[in-house]
Design a protein around this ligand. Sequence first.
Ligand code: FAD
Length: 283
Amino acid sequence: MIPSAFDYVKPSSVTDAVSALAAAGEDAKIMAGGQSLLPIMRLRLGNPSTVIDLGGIAELRGVRDEGDAIVIGAMTTHADVLKDPLIAEHAKLIQQATKTVADPAVRHRGTFGGALAHADPAGDLPAVAVALQAEFVLVGRNGSRTVPASGFFVDYLETAMSDDEVLTEIRIPKYTGWGSSYEKFNRVAQAWAMVGVAALVRTENGSISEARIGLTNMGPTPIRAVAVEQGLTGVSGADAVASAAARAGEGASPSSDLNAQADYRRHLATVLTKRAVLAAIGG
Ligand SMILES: Cc1cc2nc3c(=O)[nH]c(=O)nc-3n(C[C@H](O)[C@H](O)[C@H](O)COP(=O)(O)OP(=O)(O)OC[C@H]3O[C@@H](n4cnc5c(N)ncnc54)[C@H](O)[C@@H]3O)c2cc1C
């Protein structure tokens, strides 16, 4: 289908993008790679009066080192994330999950910031951001503010961003030396996750000293599996990991749909958590 008519603006700076948002009013929509927005517009599930394309803002692309954190520009594409050496060294979990996102064409256009701003609970990167305790830098008419991942994802496809704000960058604390893995269960290759598990573990003398677990598609927002994280602390061996992973469904509220019933999603979460943690310990 053809989208409804809309005005198109392509600013070349964040300041201009914020001004364009303010001028266009609440029916305006930001476009990053357009990989989620354009299908929504074609189906006429969204009819923005103005589309503000961030594609001309060079300052929103790339990754930099800021001491104890790396900072990823919101417009950095999935393809560039996969090649980035800083992400490989300090937050490999992002690359492990990004590899499973869609196909090369979508990864070429789609962006790290767009995937997070879209806040689809079936998207692979929100759970990763939650596990990594990322911080979101938002710039609006009233200046800049930073929101932790724990407060960013508010509800289904809803974030803490106001209508007049642009997500400019995402700060990721460094997890140098931690093991990580992303396990995703889908019906066919290159499809959305029925359930996904992002695992991050630090080991000391053969035992897990710290763990962070993020769950994809186990509720309207990505969540941390806190009970599992607590259960993993101080343990070693596959049996102990399995008993901690058995608590992956605690606090989750998965939906039932054509792909899976809620009970099956809970089962998947325990199986994938065990796999992800064991893989993370191994590498
Ligand atoms: C065929 C197909 C398969 C896919 N499979 C997967 C998959 O398996 N796993 C997965 O995780 N994703 C999947 N995706 C989605 C993909 O990850 C997209 O890259 C992602 O949705 C973000 O797209 P984008 O960067 O193009 O953002 P857009 O589509 O341009 O924007 C998405 C939303 O975020 C808002 N937005 C974007 N950037 C900003 C910003 N900087 N500040 C404020 N708001 C912003 C927009 O207004 C819009 O509401 C798939 C997409 C397609 C088309």
